[in-house]
Design a protein around this ligand. Sequence first.
Ligand code: SF4
Length: 63
Amino acid sequence: MRVVVDFDKCKSNALCMGAAPEVFEVRDDNFLYVLQEAPPEDLRAKVEEAVRICPQQAITLEG
Ligand code: SF4
């Protein structure tokens, strides 16, 4: 599983961080950081939830 974020779409509202804080982090500089671009399978449900709730449809999962 590979996480791809379209940073042109991202609005840094941190909803993804709420769903999967192991993978997504919005820092004080107001940018989103992907902590793990290839997260382990046991995080799939959380990452899929992040994809689902992102209002910008900025997150794509490959694999
Ligand atoms: S939920 Fe979407 S728009 Fe919000 S910080 Fe995450 S990737 Fe960006």
